[in-house]
Design a protein around this ligand. Structure first.
Ligand SMILES: *Cc1c(COP(=O)(O)O)cnc(C)c1O
Length: 232
């Protein structure tokens, strides 16, 4: 993809993020863009960095392990895909934030690897709000238990919750999913479930990020709206 087109796409997405924040009466800058670079080459990543887009997401450790060392520049990498426990160490070497902690066993493994490496990564718990069998994540009623376990892992900084909405025709159909994640976060905070209040909500992708922002997203994970083939 040529650099001008990428710049236009990025500006367009950033403008729509700000418009959605304004519609929701939220402060400018209170939702950040995570540019999802899976399947894209290192030189496009560097083009994003040159445009000031430093927060980048990948969904596979293996792809990230070859790409990240090739990228020159001050990127901050976020892991957003399903992570196998045997790749926890590699993931903590590559990523600053893990959005997709989807089981107690993975949480515990990340906690012990982080303490061995002397790292304190930010993590989020992935919640399967829609209940689809194909999706990873904690059931909503399991999240309080996962928070209690995270409280005992001093090297993990649990900062929020993440969800994947179902693929739907009309982004409005995803709104109840996003709202439910926000309400779950608020209930956990009201109950004092974590060492520090949960501030982040990682929700919304190219199809539905504006609706997610209206429902409180603090991170939107956008790939195809930046990179897909097509005009504009
Ligand atoms: C690919 C991916 C995204 C971005 O999806 P787009 O529809 O391309 O914006 C977001 N989150 C996760 C977990 C992904 O794997």
């Amino acid at each position: 993809m040529d650099a001008d087109k990428l710049k236009r796409r990025l500006e367009h997405v950033r403008a729509r993020i700000e418009e959605a924040l304004a519609r929701a009466g939220r402060p400018s800058g209170s939702c950040r863009l995570l540019a999802v670079t899976k399947g894209r080459p290192a030189q496009e990543v560097e083009a994003l960095l040159a445009l000031g887009q430093l927060e980048l997401g990948e969904n596979r450790v293996q792809e990230a392990a070859t790409k990240i060392p090739m990228v020159k520049g001050p990127a901050r990498w976020h892991m957003i895909g399903h992570l196998q426990r045997n790749k926890a160490k590699k993931a903590l070497e590559l990523f600053e934030v893990i959005h997709s902690v989807d089981s107690l066993r993975l949480l515990e493994e990340l906690g012990s690897v982080a303490s061995r490496l002397g790292r304190s990564p930010e993590v989020m718990l992935e919640v399967n709000i829609s209940g689809e069998a194909t999706k990873h994540g904690f059931a909503p009623e399991e999240v309080a238990t996962a928070c209690a376990r995270a409280n005992e892992l001093p090297n993990l900084r649990l900062v929020g919750l993440m969800t994947m909405a179902p693929i739907v025709q009309d982004p409005e159909q995803a709104r109840p999913i996003f709202r439910a994640l926000r309400e779950l976060r608020d209930r956990l905070n009201d109950a004092g479930a974590t060492r520090c209040p949960l501030v982040e909500l990682s929700m919304g992708m190219s199809q539905d990020y504006e609706v997610a922002i209206e429902e409180g997203a603090t991170w939107v994970r956008v790939g195809s709206a930046l990179f897909a083939e097509g005009e504009t």
